[in-house]
Design a protein around this ligand. Structure first.
Ligand SMILES: NC(=O)c1ccc[n+]([C@@H]2O[C@H](COP(=O)([O-])OP(=O)(O)OC[C@H]3O[C@@H](n4cnc5c(N)ncnc54)[C@H](O)[C@@H]3O)[C@@H](O)[C@H]2O)c1
Length: 349
């Protein structure tokens, strides 16, 4: 199958591209490199070995509908995995227009091109941020929880869920072969176990890489001290609890979902492990894995950060048999740690 991976020079998209190549698919990556890395594309090609000839890369913006359509026709693209997006909640509050442009208008442009080029399947990286601020009674979070995003990031993602739903219904009504899925991710972490790929965000906002950067002495602006936002939450140790899913398992969920989609389907799945870990538990696990001691400082809670968030991943398990294979956080930290130590400047090496 020929699969278009948007955002394939970024963290999750690069892992997806490599998995698809290893599975024997042909892959075309589209990324404007605004937040992605040419080095990630090179690393995918190196790791894919003899399958590297099945990889193409186009530096394109999602808003370039014509170029996308042309490229999809030229490669006879069958399915799209759409990862490209702007992804920072705080930035989205300060720069909402950029988020609506990239995450909604950009995605609409991609879908328009895909429709014109006869693409039949699309899997969209959605997010738990579309649920907004669930209360304690809503956890574990199921797909039928009302979606009330509280920031432009979540809202711009939810808007595309709606666009995709309406488009798929219209295709079904007119007999056109098209199906889609939105996978709503919780906290994604870890990296490819072969050591080829890693997580390189700039700035980094995810807990595990921040912890590891502090341990490596790479956050001098914070004296390499981890600020723990909130230490008086109603959780066992007072710190916030989240659901950490391995990036390789997440990619596996995409592969399973793509295989399961039938014409007319609009599927939505929460992708997590179904269990929560606190900030303190992540710190303890990172100390065990690295053998190093982390400096931490208690900081006030951040607005909009609920005490506990984790997925109920039962729907995808029941419908297509996917479950996160990695249940412990230590292996995810080990892989991330190995890649960071081997690549001190990330993909800028
Ligand atoms: N990382 C997480 O924990 C997490 C959690 C929930 C949802 N998600 C979603 O998963 C997806 C991937 O996240 P990630 O962590 O890999 O992000 P990332 O920033 O590493 O990758 C996103 C990629 O998209 C590219 N891109 C952005 N705007 C573009 C545009 N207009 N045209 C072309 N390319 C563009 C960037 O250059 C980057 O390479 C995103 O859609 C994000 O919203 C991620």
């Amino acid at each position: 199958m020929h699969i278009l991976v948007t955002g394939g020079a970024g963290y999750i998209g690069s892992h997806a591209a490599l998995r698809l190549l290893r599975d024997g698919h042909r892959v075309v990556i589209v990324d404007n490199l605004y937040r992605g890395h040419a080095g990630a594309v090179n690393a995918i090609a190196r790791a894919a070995g003899r399958n590297a000839s099945n990889l193409n890369f186009h530096r394109l913006d999602l808003l370039d509908t014509q170029a996308l359509e042309h490229m999809m026709r030229a490669h006879a693209v069958h399915a799209v995995m759409h990862f490209a997006a702007l992804t920072y909640v705080g930035e989205s509050v300060n720069r909402p227009l950029d988020y609506w442009r990239a995450n909604t208008a950009g995605a609409l442009s991609l879908l328009t091109a895909a429709d014109a080029a006869g693409v039949t399947r699309l899997i969209f990286s959605s997010t738990a941020a579309t649920y907004g601020e669930p209360g304690p009674q809503d956890v574990p979070i199921r797909e039928d929880l009302v979606q009330r995003p509280i920031n432009p990031y979540g809202a711009s993602k939810l808007a595309f869920e709606r666009i995709l739903t309406e488009h798929t219904h219209a295709c079904k009504a007119s007999g056109k072969d098209f199906a889609c899925a939105f996978l709503r991710y919780f906290n994604v972490c870890g990296s490819d176990r072969s050591g080829a790929l890693g997580e390189h965000h700039d700035p980094e906002t995810h807990l595990i890489p921040i912890v590891l950067h502090c341990l490596l002495g790479r956050r001098p602006q914070s004296s390499n001290t981890l600020s723990i936002f909130g230490h008086d939450y109603p959780t066992p140790d007072g710190t916030a609890v989240r659901d950490y899913v391995n990036v390789e398992d997440l990619v596996d969920a995409h592969v399973h979902t793509l295989a399961a989609l039938k014409a007319g389907d609009v599927r939505s799945y929460n992708i997590g492990t179904g269990t929560g870990l606190s900030v303190r538990q992540i710190v303890d696990a990172a100390e065990r894995v690295t053998g190093l001691k982390l400096k931490t400082a208690d900081a006030p809670r951040r607005a909009g950060d609920p005490a506990t968030l984790y997925a109920d991943p039962g729907k995808i398990a029941r419908e297509i048999g996917w479950k996160a294979a990695t249940r412990e956080v230590e292996p995810m930290i080990e892989h991330a740690w190995a890649w960071m130590k081997a690549n001190p400047r990330g993909y800028a090496n």
